[in-house]
Design a protein around this ligand. Structure first.
Ligand code: IMP
Length: 186
């Protein structure tokens, strides 16, 4: 894998600008606040890709809430294909039994990671559990899972930025962009 010193030159196209993302996150936060009015929410986010989304979304929700973080590995390092293998690298730090949980994801691709996580979290007996994802790539779905809150549906392209990586790089881009194939084929 070869990363250009200027990250921008590895990006073929800006798919979602910083402004588009900010407007969508505000809209999602307002909807979630209205839907859960009068309740307390637990946001569970999945590191590392969901970090910017979680940080922005939580500040757009006006309810009392707590957060928890999990980390799973779904891809075998610098590849663009899902392995289907999910390993928990970091578990929840507090019980979610009886709580209203919202799982905050960066992107749903094949759905394999989400499918595994939902089964795992349901086993912990939350009062309710819903899914919130910034990006949905339905073209590659292998497991059908109803998504409760979706920011943007995107085409079948490998995207980076706003938390999303390729080989752990590009997470700090402020927008979501399509990576040039040369950047992952080399
Ligand atoms: P899934 O199990 O195939 O749905 O994959 C989910 C995870 O794969 C996401 O949380 C991301 O970490 C990663 N992923 C899927 N598509 C992309 C992409 O286009 N760019 C970067 N990471 C991706």
């Amino acid at each position: 894998m070869r990363v250009s010193p200027d990250l921008m030159s590895d990006v073929a196209e800006v798919l979602l600008s910083e402004e588009q993302i900010a407007a969508k996150v505000a809209e999602m936060g307002a909807r979630i606040s209205a839907d859960y009015e009068g309740r307390e929410l637990t946001l569970v986010s999945v590191l590392k890709g969901s970090l910017p989304f979680m940080a922005d979304l939580m500040r757009r929700i006006t309810l009392p809430l707590r957060i928890d973080l999990m980390e799973v590995s779904s891809y075998g390092g610098a590849t663009t294909e899902s392995s289907g293998l999910v390993r928990i690298l970091k578990d929840l730090s507090a019980p979610i039994e009886g709580r209203d949980v919202l799982l905050v994801e960066d992107i749903i691709d094949t759905g394999l990671t989400l499918n595994y996580l939902m089964r795992y979290l349901r086993g912990k007996n939350p009062h309710s559990i819903k899914i919130c994802t910034l990006l949905d790539k339905p073209a590659r779905r292998l497991v059908e899972i109803p998504l409760d809150y979706v920011g943007f549906e995107i085409p079948d392209a490998f995207v980076v930025g706003y938390g999303l990586d390729f080989g752990e790089v590009y997470r700090n881009l402020r927008f979501v962009g399509v990576l040039r194939p040369e950047a992952y084929e080399s």
